[in-house]
Design a binder for this molecule. Structure first.
Ligand code: ADP
Ligand code: ZN
Ligand code: ZN
Length: 656
């Protein structure tokens, strides 16, 4: 009997594949059960081998009748493993539904699948001139043509997507639409279902495993033709994928920072490139990375510069708070403006990125400050829960009555969080409806949607919220937006923090004034001469972004340099530093800039210290080669230092 040899990727954290044999012919992309050590493990055949001199074990079972990944899909995933320097087995496993992550045969195909209803071809809206131009351009694209759809908030990007998806359908092609967060899926789903009915499906991590499996199956079989999902959906198999759309392409949530550290946005671009299909990246605040590719003419750009309602965009003003006494973070002018807005029966919104009552709890007699035992962070005082909570590890502690250090009863809080603003504002403006939107107030499933619809239907009111409030929602009666803690972003040494601050301000402004165009944005700051803030004042994101790009170019920061970090985590600082200093020699520092070892921004989390080395190279290929040499050297290195720490590579890091 003839023996076939296979290259098998196994779900173990090793950067290699393994050879097994079988007397069956197995196609690449098929799941198999194999012995690994003493255990049976799930493997995925990724290729065949002619012969081998090493002694091989036999594959125990073949689990799929048909491969679950096509050859092209395997090629893309292989690229991902190489690009991100992550074990291939782990990469493959992250893109299959949990139901298939076991050494079990695939479930029976879903029989009696309804063939989805016919396409409803009449569109509900007449396109604006700009939308029309965009659709004409986009639907004529063939082959790999990445295009940035820059559309100011309220310019009708979704309507453009709908037309492009419809064009793809006419060619019998499927479309994949990615959203950065689960919370943004329902509104996209509603609008697409409204047009395409049962051809639309969704895929994200809060669905039950069986619902996810079903979605996966249907897309793979072509019964779902339009799939909306979060980053885990980026590699969903589809037989005739013709279009990929990345909505809110700038959003940091596309990057996974744990385990397999990949960007779904970048993986989607690679997928489109290998499949030779168009990809649309939509945003009102595109990332500098994308804008650089536009600048280099590698990406097209299509602009929607006008709001559908043709109303004026919000006016920005910056309020100097250096000499101002604040009440729960609010300047008197801000309070005045809220009052005026409420008098007009309109809504005002305060944007603050801190939940809880106050970010610090201190003793005013001695130096004591409540801090987490296992992280290097202050405990946040939560008034409603009557707890001091660590926002990194979620540990909660009782609120002491006396200072644990000096015993005095002089404990107080410092700074402002959403809870405190809610309290203060309800005292200042009694009888006005107040909505607080943060992770604590929207824990119950459905509570966020409920609150959103209440806000949309209410006349006057005050909204207090974190970044949760600024993503993608329309508030027709909102006329005033106040941003009260932008200074952390303004002064940050982390360049992506400035980019994010700008994006948040423009996005939060975009929630206002959709109806009558009289809206304004008030930004409180102690740095009113800051160049980046002054650029934002124009309300023109591209102006801000271009100025920032120029700065980055001058000092050689991303996106004008290519970056990766070597991360180290362990229970001691010293082990991290020793290990990183040791492996630093594996990096050819004549070819790139190496910075560190240095503590990570989150230097300690859950008892584990985090340090890293930053590597910056002038070319992508160079960075890739450096990392490859690095990981080969480290894999072959037997130094004890490597055993003491958990290390990983993060390519194109966001969290430094
Ligand atoms: P964006 O995603 O660019 O912020 P949306 O796609 O959400 O904008 O569109 C903003 C609003 O305008 C939505 O309520 C949408 O239904 C409406 N809209 C979009 N295009 C048109 C159009 N051509 N005619 C009328 N209303 C439109
Ligand atoms: Zn004290
Ligand atoms: Zn903690």
């Amino acid at each position: 009997m003839s023996k076939f040899f296979y290259n098998v990727a196994i779900a173990v954290p090793l950067r290699q594949t393994f050879t097994y044999h079988s007397n069956q012919q197995i196609k690449p992309g098929t799941r198999v059960a194999v012995k690994f050590g003493s255990k049976q493990k799930l493997g995925i055949v990724i290729g065949t081998i002619n012969e081998t001199v090493i002694k091989t074990k036999s594959i125990d079972f073949v689990l799929d009748d048909e491969p679950i990944f096509s050859r092209t899909e395997l090629k893309i995933l292989n690229w991902a493993a190489e690009y991100y320097h992550h074990p291939i087995g782990d990469v493959l496993i992250s893109f299959i539904p949990t139901t298939l992550r076991q050494t079990k045969k695939m479930l029976e195909p879903i029989n009696n699948l309804q063939i989805a209803q016919a396409i409803n071809n009449t569109f509900k809206k007449t396109l604006s001139a700009q939308q029309l131009k965009a659709v004409k351009f986009l639907s004529a694209l063939e082959g790999f043509v990445p295009t940035l759809l820059y559309g100011v908030t309220g310019s009708g990007k979704t309507e453009v997507y709908i037309r492009c998806i419809s064009e793809a359908l006419l060619k019998n092609k499927s479309s994949l639409i990615l959203a950065p967060e689960i919370a943004l899926i329902p509104q996209l789903e509603e609008r697409l279902k409204n047009q395409f009915g049962a051809l639309v499906g969704i895929y994200h991590s809060k669905m039950t495993p069986s619902a996810r499996y079903k979605s996966w199956q249907k897309f793979r079989e072509g019964n779902i033709k339009i799939m909306i999902g979060t980053r885990s959906a980026v590699m969903l198999p589809a037989p005739r994928l013709g279009l990929i759309i990345i909505d809110e392409e700038h959003d940091a949530s596309y990057k996974q920072n744990e385990g397999f550290k990949f960007s779904a946005r970048d993986l989607a671009i690679k997928r489109a490139q290998i499949l030779k299909i168009p990809i649309i990246l939509g945003s009102a605040t595109p990332s500098l990375r994308t804008l650089k590719l536009v600048e280099e003419k590698k990406f097209n750009i299509i602009k929607l510069t006008k709001r559908i309602t043709d109303k004026n965009p919000p006016r920005f003003s910056i309020l100097d708070i250096n000499e101002t006494k604040l009440l729960s973070g609010l300047a008197p002018q801000a309070i005045q403006a809220i009052g005026d807005t409420l008098k007009k029966q309109k809504q005002a919104m305060i944007f603050i990125n801190r939940r809880g009552f106050a970010p610090q709890f201190i003793c005013s007699y001695c130096e004591w400050r409540a801090a987490c035992n296992s992280c290097d962070s202050s405990l946040v005082f939560h008034h409603q829960a009557e707890r001091l909570i660590c926002h990194r590890c979620d540990s909660a502690f009782g609120v002491p009555e006396r200072c644990p250090s000096c015993g005095k009863e002089q404990l107080s809080f410092l700074g402002t969080g959403t809870e405190q603003l809610e309290n203060t504002l309800s005292e200042l403006f009694p009888a006005i409806p107040l909505f607080r939107m943060d992770r604590d107030s929207t824990k119950k499933t459905g509570s966020l949607d409920e609150m959103l619809s209440k806000i949309k239907n209410a006349q006057t009111g005050i909204l207090v919220g974190t970044q949760m409030l600024i993503k993608g929602h329309d508030f027709p009666n909102l006329e005033l937006v106040i941003a009260i803690d932008v200074d952390q972003g303004v002064t940050s040494i982390n360049s992506s923090a400035i980019e994010e601050m700008g994006q948040q301000l423009i996005q939060v402004a975009g929630r206002a004034g959709r109806l009558d165009g009289n809206s304004s944005v008030l930004v409180q700051s102690r740095y009113t001469n800051d160049q980046n803030l002054l650029q934002l004042k124009s309300g023109d994101y591209l102006k801000f972004a271009n100025a920032l790009m120029k700065q980055r170019k001058e000092i050689g920061q991303p996106p004008y340099t290519f970056e990766a970090i070597i991360k180290a985590a362990s229970p001691t600082t010293q082990a991290n530093i020793d290990m990183l200093n040791h492996v630093k020699h594996f990096i050819d520092s004549t070819k790139c800039k190496v910075i560190g070892p240095m503590p990570a921004m989150q230097a300690k989390v859950r008892g584990s210290y985090n340090h890293h080395l930053i590597i910056q190279a002038s070319k992508r290929t160079l960075l890739n080669q450096i990392l490859l040499d690095f990981s080969n050297s480290v894999t072959g290195d037997k130094n004890k230092l490597l055993k003491k720490v958990k290390w990983s590579i993060d390519v194109d890091p966001i969290d430094l």
